[in-house]
Design a binder for this molecule. Structure first.
Ligand code: FES
Ligand code: FES
Length: 180
């Protein structure tokens, strides 16, 4: 008998468990969009280069077009649909809205999920390629515009809304820290 090419998985998305049978080649992005109707996560390049499909897996950002659905089995996935609290937008969403951090909006779900990851990584003290002093004793670098540009560099915006996106991430980061 030929080996099965499908597996049963449980995808825990935005706090809700979804049981489904997936072909082993199915990406998480396609499972979200085509099987579960969670179309907020966008497909841009489908090869890991644009960031449009960014989601959070166990709190860390990941491009869902390069993640197999079977590898996401049992892990906690957050998509853009799970970012707001009911009718209350997350501070990152509100900042994008207030500061026009988008034009067509196609890249925006990925930008917002990535920004959530950036803010969490920064709060955890992670350095970036733009960090001058990466020694642990140097402490957490300030989340400057340069730091934000570097940390968000995996998310492309074909509308070129980068100036506003950087401002929105900076504002949201301050809100999250309780500074603003
Ligand atoms: S669609 Fe996944 S990185 Fe472009
Ligand atoms: S807002 Fe159009 S691609 Fe970014």
């Amino acid at each position: 008998m030929a080996p099965s090419t499908t597996s049963a998985v449980i995808l825990n998305i935005n706090g809700e468990k979804h049981s489904l049978s997936v072909d082993h080649r199915t990406t998480l992005l396609d499972a979200l969009r085509e099987r579960l109707d969670l179309t907020g996560t966008k497909k841009g390049c489908d090869q890991g280069q644009c960031g449009a499909c960014t989601v959070l897996i166990d709190g860390r950002r990941a491009v869902s077009c390069l993640q197999l659905a079977v590898a996401a089995d049992g892990r906690e996935i957050t998509t853009i649909e799970g970012v707001a609290q009911g009718d209350t937008l997350h501070p990152v969403q509100q900042a994008f809205l207030d500061l026009d951090g988008f034009q067509c909006g196609y890249c925006t779900p990925g930008q917002i999920c990535s920004a959530l990851g950036v803010i969490a990584e920064h709060a955890a003290g992670w350095p970036s390629a733009a960090t001058d002093d990466v020694r642990p004793e140097a402490g957490v670098p300030e989340l400057s515009a340069e730091e934000i540009r570097e940390r968000m560099s995996g998310n492309l915006c074909r509308c070129g809304a980068y100036v506003s996106i950087v401002q929105a991430v900076a504002r949201a980061a301050k809100t999250e820290e309780g500074v603003a």
